[in-house]
Design a protein around this ligand. Structure first.
Ligand code: TLP
Length: 347
């Protein structure tokens, strides 16, 4: 099946999106080769297009966002280093400890204003060179920010963090898994965000609807080393042009539609907030992720999620409550269904 399964309104994640018919056709017809040997033309094209869109020298196709982030952290750091991360970031919280397991660095989590770290606080946390302390070598930022309900970073904030990083010779990696959602929300071109970071990872497999894959972009020598790290991590794939073909369509044809997901998430938030027990400020929904608390005498969060699921509305528990994510396979009817089910359960 390539279209949405209308039996449920699946708001669990934009990762549930299945490839479009056009992607499936391109996958079937893809010209392929052995990508580990560097001769899959479809992968090479995807990497070239990705680097171009982001305004970077080179790109690396990786199986997942987690691998892209892991390669970036490993490439920019050495053991005994420290990495500044935002306290709710995906890199720090949701990658099964990859940052320490793979790179063996110390994460330094900082508080933020919905994902935007104060550049002064970042500067205060850069270690002065000392035999006693780790060396700060990398700052990671996340845009849009998953666990802050899809909040976006202003270009100003990222530029100020860039200034700090430059003063101390530190790299910046941007987890831009949903950078196109952020770009639609702020009007800042993805290239401008990417220009503030040394490297950026973005996902094809979320709102862009490709079945698999992410891209890591950055300078040529970083990507060359990243290619070796990808092999070491078991991410060297052979005739993977069959997947890259879908990725090319994701990049060339699906980025524009992301604004619909952002719009629908705001509409969903406005509806849900009207129900008793829903703790949510729709003004704080910048992109396609809606996270809200539940304060209701009849339900715990697991019970409420179960009751939703029985009525065909799927969502996930997350830090701070319940998460709904909009994407290509949920439409206005699904939003209306969620609204009706909330009325039934909470009134
Ligand atoms: N996020 C997934 C889950 O891991 C929670 C989701 O459903 O939102 N950075 C960010 C900001 C992400 O949201 C994700 C995935 C990743 C990195 C990792 O990407 P994958 O899942 O491809 O490893």
């Amino acid at each position: 099946m390539t279209g949405p399964d209308k039996k449920v309104a699946d708001f669990r994640s934009d990762t549930v999106t299945r490839p479009t018919d056009e992607m499936r056709k391109a996958m079937a017809e893809a010209v392929v080769g052995d990508d580990v040997l560097g001769d899959d033309p479809t992968v090479l094209e995807l990497e070239r297009v990705a680097a171009d869109i982001m305004g970077k020298e080179a790109a690396l196709y990786v199986p997942s966002g987690t691998m892209g982030n892991s390669i970036a952290v490993k490439a920019w750091t050495q053991e005994l280093d420290e990495v500044i991360v935002e306290e709710r970031s995906h890199i720090y919280n949701m990658e099964s400890t990859a940052i320490t397991f793979i790179s063996r660095v110390l994460p330094r989590p900082l508080v933020s204003d919905r994902g935007s770290m104060d550049p002064g606080l970042v500067e205060d946390n850069i270690k002065i060179p000392s035999v006693h302390m780790p060396r700060t070598s990398l700052i990671c930022v996340e845009n849009s920010h998953n666990n802050w309900s899809g909040s976006v970073l202003s270009l100003q904030n990222v530029k100020e963090i860039r200034d700090v990083a430059d003063r101390y010779g530190i790299r910046i990696h941007m987890d831009g898994a949903r950078i196109f959602n952020a770009s639609h929300a702020t009007g800042v071109p993805v290239k401008d965000y990417a220009a503030c970071a040394d490297s950026l990872m973005f996902c094809l497999s979320k709102g862009l609807s490709a079945p698999v894959g992410s891209l890591l972009v950055g300078p040529q020598d970083f990507i060359d080393y990243g290619r070796r790290l990808r092999k070491a991590l078991g991410g060297g794939m052979r005739q993977v042009g069959v997947l890259a073909a879908a990725g090319l369509i994701a990049l060339q044809k699906m980025t524009k539609r992301i604004k619909d997901d952002n719009r629908r998430a705001r509409a969903l938030a406005e509806k849900l907030t009207a129900h008793p027990g829903v703790v949510l400020d729709p003004e704080k929904v910048d992109t396609n992720i809606v996270i809200f608390g539940l304060d209701h005498p009849r339900y715990t969060i697991p019970d409420f999620l179960q009751a939703l699921r029985e009525r065909g509305v799927w969502a996930l528990a997350t830090r701070g409550g319940i998460r709904f994510v909009t994407h290509r396979e949920v439409d206005d009817e699904d939003v209306a269904l969620a609204d009706r089910v909330f009325s039934e359960l909470l009134s």
